[in-house]
Design a protein around this ligand. Structure first.
Ligand code: PMP
Length: 310
């Protein structure tokens, strides 16, 4: 059960988390009309450092615009609210922050007319989301990832997470850690709430699937770190056979950080022997150590990527 931090931002003020409540008839609850962010913050050397806060802000505002919520807040206003909330919660540990835009008004129809959307933010302590031992055992999901002609795939829109819910719940019910999702043509898109990078025959490939994958901030960071280390990235179609015969399948997301898949449909990734025990590959090791350096303030990119709360 998640333990939330004491204060949240709600109705344009900082309030106690328990007091930030809405009616069961809200438009957002009934129709999934929210867009949200998921951000990690770290407590290092006596300071709170938030990972790529500005990029998360831009993605959230773009989502609000795409979804037609007509809610906007400036970067200065947003960062001031985040700063105040972090201070009020007297944060002294690593955490996860969930800003979201929603409509708390009750309404019986899905239409927008006359509804106001607003920002809320809550926080919770979060160390590791996946165990640091080993990688993920993935299942090929029978649920396809929707595409941009149905729902804007670049927005983290609440209602669209029914897709992730179905995929990841089925995977877990079948004894796997998570689901690998494909588009209608059978190309790999992403994991239920994380992006993928495939290492295949000396190439680093990210899926070119008509942009059905969310534009993850962690995957962007991983690719920038790889380029920083002199590697080239290819964008291409990835089918399931390529995953089975790949050297590595990296999995990236705010919650998972940078991890990897041990297997897909019980076939080990990066091993020829069906019964071999999978191990972390060289790109996973490189990226994990680079990411740790960034968040510890020891990387050339740390100052660019970390928002220090002062
Ligand atoms: N894809 C989906 C569908 C997600 O929900 C997430 C988590 N936000 C990601 C990918 C990874 O994105 P990020 O690295 O920005 O957390």
């Amino acid at each position: 059960k998640a333990e939330f931090m004491k204060f949240a931002y709600f109705d344009k003020e900082i309030v106690e988390f328990e007091k930030a409540t809405v009616s069961i008839a809200t438009h957002s609850l009934q129709y999934g009309t929210t867009c949200f962010g998921g951000i990690r913050g770290y407590y290092r050397n006596g300071k709170v450092a938030i990972f790529r806060l500005k990029d998360h802000y831009v993605r959230l505002m773009n989502a609000s615009k795409m979804l037609g919520f007509e809610y906007f807040i400036t970067w200065d206003e947003f960062k001031d609210i985040v700063t105040e909330l972090v201070k009020k919660n007297d944060v002294k540990e690593d955490f996860y922050m969930r800003p979201f835009i929603f409509c708390k008004e009750p309404r019986l129809s899905p239409k927008k007319a006359g509804l106001d959307f607003d920002l809320a933010i809550y926080m919770l302590p979060l160390a590791d989301y996946v165990s640091s031992e080993g990688g993920l055992n993935l299942m090929s999901s029978t649920y396809r990832k929707y595409n941009d002609s149905s729902i804007p795939t670049k927005a983290k829109a609440g209602g669209s997470y029914i897709n992730s819910f179905l995929a990841t719940s089925d995977a877990q019910r079948n004894g796997y850690d998570d689901a690998l999702m494909f588009d209608d043509a059978g190309n790999v898109v992403e994991v239920s709430v994380a992006n993928i990078i495939l290492v295949y025959r000396d190439q680093i490939i990210i899926p070119d699937t008509g942009n059905a994958a969310l534009e993850g901030i962690t995957v962007r960071s991983a690719l920038e770190l790889l380029e920083h280390n002199g590697y080239k990235i290819t964008r291409g179609k990835i089918d399931r056979s390529m995953v089975f015969s790949a050297d590595e399948l990296l999995v990236t997301g705010t919650a998972m950080k940078i991890t990897y898949a041990e297997s897909l449909d019980r076939r080990p990734i990066g091993q020829l022997d069906f019964n071999a025990k999978p191990e972390a590959g060289k790109f996973h090791k490189l990226l994990k150590s680079e990411y740790e350096k960034v968040i510890n303030g020891e990387h050339e990119l740390s100052s660019e990527w970390l928002f220090i709360v002062e």
